[in-house]
Design a protein around this ligand. Structure first.
Ligand code: PXP
Length: 236
């Protein structure tokens, strides 16, 4: 499994004072040097953390891969087509939410997703759909032509160490199996941390885990190089 580091929280901290530090672009380079196989960032419609300029700079400075998280919004699609990241991950987005709260409802809007991702696929950008680990969402994702799904691991993370951990974990395992059977590649992420990440090894064939909050939180105490290399070691 590979580690993708989400650097959005670095931008949140920077924006708290409206200045230039800490610089998410510099953080991305540190992540790359310490075991990240890709850098994920979410250009939100309200630009609350990462700004357009960050994304343009990352495009020119990254030595690994840029995975751009985005909602189904035309202006963000335009930027994606301009910068051509290695991959995009389509996520639902609500203005009031603190973080991406649930998976994208692909099953309820297959045609809309097909239409939205077509220009991105035509441009050679890999498309991933961030979905809950549910059969109908996995099957609908296949219909869209996207190559990847990213399974939302939030419910598993929330249940970790509690009675319903096994049930939530099995949903991920079964969804990953189904996805691979029908020809989708599978990533996972959201809420994964240094304690709960180990069970991802029990799911065969996962390509990449996208992790942000726990890594940036640990970095406050240990520094970013240690936080990233420790997570990279855990998921290798
Ligand atoms: N994957 C997706 C699609 C996300 O939206 C997020 C959160 O921005 C993550 C992964 C990373 O989640 P966390 O910050 O909880 O590790």
């Amino acid at each position: 499994m590979l580690l993708g580091v989400n650097i959005d929280h670095v931008a949140t901290l920077r924006n708290a004072r409206g200045g230039v530090e800490p610089d998410p672009v510099k953080a991305a380079a540190v992540c790359e040097h310490n075991g990240a196989a890709s850098i994920t960032t979410h250009l939100r419609e309200d630009r609350r953390h990462i700004k357009d300029r960050d994304v343009y700079t990352l495009t020119n400075t990254l030595t690994t891969k840029l995975n751009l998280e985005m909602a189904m919004a035309e202006d963000i699609q335009k930027i994606a087509l301009q910068i051509r990241p290695y991959s995009i991950c389509l996520v639902p987005e609500k203005r009031q939410e603190i973080t991406t709260e649930g998976g994208l409802d692909v099953a309820g809007q297959v045609d809309k997703v097909i239409e939205f991702i077509k220009p991105l696929l035509d441009a050679g950008i890999i498309v991933s759909l961030f979905i809950d680990p549910v059969k109908e969402q996995v099957e609908a994702s296949k219909k869209t032509g996207a190559q990847f799904i990213e399974m939302h691991t939030g419910a598993y993370a929330e249940a970790f160490g509690k009675e319903n951990e096994e049930a939530e974990f099995q949903k991920l395992k079964q969804a990953a199996e189904l996805a691979q059977q029908i020809g989708l590649k599978v990533n996972a992420g959201h809420g994964l941390n240094y304690e709960n990440v180990h069970r991802m090894h029990e799911i065969e064939g996962l390509v990449e885990l996208n992790i942000g909050h726990s890594i940036i939180s640990r970095a406050v105490f240990t520094g970013l190089p240690e936080a990233v290399s420790k997570m990279a070691e855990l998921i290798k």
